[in-house]
Design a protein around this ligand. Structure first.
Ligand code: PMP
Length: 397
């Protein structure tokens, strides 16, 4: 009966995690999946989250269904966090926001919506991008191509090529953009480059879909949302998928959101209705626990402040690891340049290691990176960094 069903080879990143877990070598190091581990190599439970949870557990909480669009206080928290409380688009009710099952769920609901209402549009993702961007938009029925992005020679953005490419696209082309901490390269646009890109988007009437999964891991909550704030200021209509998986360390709670900034209140209401319809036909309504906790953290000034400090600590720890890796490798292999480790932003670094070198790290040293050479810097700590640097130096020698 199911003989015709195609074999699924598994997800390249999640498959590596399974392999890592099964690896018996005690000194193994997981630098593959995009998860922040603390200095002890553990998944942190943020203190602000703990406080909100204890508060919530004080009394028995009945678990009714949430509405299709999710918890109202959570949706408001997303809007305040991503766009800023006093944003004119927000004050004019021009932003339709729903709670989603992680950032992935936001991409899926957004992709389905776009395919239904812009069926002839084409989708463009950065070359390279997070693999699931392509899968999710293709799964929604789109044809997905790439736009020039990463320049392996200069370890920066192929900005001129990218901009020229955008200029050739017809109206309503959908661009998946990473406002900060680009996954997988760690290479971001600077504010001037964003200004130029957003100008082209406006002139050519392209549809930006900003996927922000690492807000706070680059420079700050505020600075990492530069592209979003600028797009609002310019009066653009656009999509934002956001995730609290990483910055609240709430991966399994699936806390995400989809916001659509619309030209008018009336259009925002129409869009909101269709987003709800999209949710209804896939999973009916989202889960509640993570939403209550997240809303409590964001909507309580003292908890928000604590959260901001905790994210700053995570960000600084990643930067320290980048610096140490850079220093050690520079000493070991002085003829090579490793500046990119300290120039890239966020959790990820495109190391330039070849698939063969990545395989050697795994086979000989039990160090797991993604085949593309992407390393999750947040898996490094003071106990394993020397070991990892030595191993990298050895495979590069
Ligand atoms: N977008 C990007 C760029 C990501 O890296 C991720 C997570 N790896 C997501 C979206 C999805 O986030 P979530 O885990 O909340 O579904």
């Amino acid at each position: 009966m199911f003989q015709h069903v195609a074999y699924y080879a598994g997800d390249p990143i999640l498959g590596l995690v399974d392999k890592f877990n099964a690896d018996p070598r005690p000194h193994k190091v997981n630098l593959s999946i995009g998860i922040y581990f603390d200095e002890k190599g553990k998944l942190p439970v943020l203190s602000c989250v703990r406080t909100a949870e204890i508060e919530r557990a004080r009394e028995a909480q009945p678990r009714s269904y949430l509405p299709m669009e999710g918890l109202a206080s959570y949706r408001q928290a997303i809007q305040h966090f991503v766009f800023g409380k006093n944003n004119p688009a927000l004050l004019n009710n021009r932003i339709a926001t729903i709670q989603t099952i992680g950032g992935s769920g936001a991409l899926k609901i957004g992709a389905d919506f776009l395919h239904q209402w812009f069926p002839h549009a084409k989708v463009y993702v950065s070359d390279p991008t997070w693999d699931n961007h392509k899968s999710i938009f293709e799964g929604a029925g789109f044809s997905v191509s790439t736009y020039p992005y990463y320049d392996a020679q200069t370890i920066s953005v192929k900005f001129e090529e990218m901009v020229s490419f955008f200029k050739t696209l017809p109206a309503d082309s959908i661009l998946i953009l990473h406002p900060c901490c680009h996954n997988p390269t760690g290479v971001d646009l600077n504010p001037q480059q964003w200004d130029e890109v957003l100008q082209i988007i406006q002139t050519n009437k392209l549809i930006p879909f900003m996927d922000i999964a690492y807000q706070g891991f680059g420079d700050s909550f505020e600075k990492d949302a530069y592209a979003i704030h600028k797009a609002i200021e310019m009066g653009l209509s656009f999509f934002v998928s956001n995730s609290f998986s990483k910055n609240l360390s709430l991966y399994g709670e699936r806390v995400g959101g989809l916001s659509v900034v619309c030209p008018s209140t009336e259009e925002a209401q129409l869009v909101f209705g269709q987003l709800k319809a999209g949710v209804r036909r896939i999973y009916s309504s989202p889960p509640s626990h993570g939403a209550y906790i997240t809303a409590q953290v964001i909507n309580t000034p003292a908890l928000f402040q604590e959260w901001e400090q905790e994210v700053a600590q995570m960000r600084e720890r990643i930067k320290t690891m980048r610096q140490q890796l850079y220093q050690t490798l520079k000493t070991k292999l002085p003829h090579r340049s490793f500046e990119y480790f300290i120039q890239q932003r966020g959790m990820f670094s495109y190391t330039g290691l070849t698939p063969e070198q990545v395989q050697r790290l795994q086979d000989e040293f039990a160090i797991y990176l993604v085949g593309s050479g992407r390393m999750c810097i947040a898996g490094l700590n003071t106990s394993n960094i020397e070991y990892v640097a030595n191993a990298i130096a050895e495979v590069l020698a």
